[in-house]
Ligand binder design. Structure first.
Ligand SMILES: [Zn+2]
Length: 242
């Protein structure tokens, strides 16, 4: 990978909706996400996140991955923090360092989307719940929607190795998948606010003039004046009534 990635030290934080519409969907137009790989960090823990904050722990993972591990960048595409925010990771356009032999690392534009959830989710330790769980389910759902696939593309790290409990022995696979299904559709396009093209006050003035004209007009001309008033209402976003 390009050396510039190695020098990057800051990571952007998104809400789930922002991440899907601003990062995931544009990437999905350029590469194909064949699977979703779900991981738990184990370390850092939720307790560490509460103490240090998101940026610091994502940077610590980046340092560990690029330093100790010797990877070209942080391993994951995204990190879901305990408050449900998504932190950017490595470029979505390149394969992840997810699970050995399952990364589809030939850079052919097809690879898994991989995310980490911050926490130690082994039985009796920390819990995957609330906003963090919702975001994790939402990411799975978004990739399914963008790729036109079902839950068969969602995999836990432990599906690929018996050496790991990842994302944690306390995370029930069937329950997680049921959660993805129950979540329903998540928006993958920004919800664009339809802005009126005309100020409501101005529209009302024009309509007042039209009303006066309507009163003075011949009966046969009145429907046309009525129609014009409705056109003004439409561009100003006023509901078209009588
Ligand atoms: Zn893992």
């Amino acid at each position: 990978m390009a050396k510039s990635a190695v020098n990057r030290r800051t990571f952007k934080r998104y809400t789930l909706e922002e991440y899907i519409t601003q990062a995931l969907a544009p990437a999905a137009a350029r590469v194909r996400f064949s699977e979703v790989h779900v991981h738990g960090t184990w370390k850092p823990t939720i307790a560490q996140f509460r103490k240090d904050g998101g940026l610091k722990i994502v940077q610590a993972m980046w340092r560990f991955h690029t330093g100790t591990r010797g990877w070209s960048d942080i391993g994951q595409h995204a990190t879901v923090d305990p408050d449900g925010y998504v932190w950017e990771g490595r470029s979505l356009l390149v394969p992840p360092a997810s699970a050995e032999d399952y990364n589809d690392s030939d850079n052919d534009g097809v690879h898994p989307f991989m995310f980490e959830m911050v926490g130690n989710f082994d039985r009796g330790c920390e819990r995957l719940e609330g906003a963090q769980l919702r975001t994790a389910l939402g990411l799975c759902r978004a990739v399914m929607t963008l790729m036109g696939r079902g839950t068969e593309i969602v995999h836990f790290h432990r599906d690929y190795t018996s050496a790991k409990t990842c994302p944690g022995s306390g995370v029930d696979r069937a329950q997680f998948i049921a959660g993805v299904v129950a979540l329903g559709a998540v928006p993958t396009k920004p919800i664009t606010e339809v802005k009126p093209k005309m100020n409501v006050k101005d529209a009302e003035k024009v309509i007042a003039h039209l009303s006066a004209a309507w009163g003075a007009a011949k009966v046969t001309d009145r429907p046309e004046i009525h129609r014009l008033a409705d056109e003004v209402r439409k561009v100003a976003g006023i509901s078209v009534g009588k």
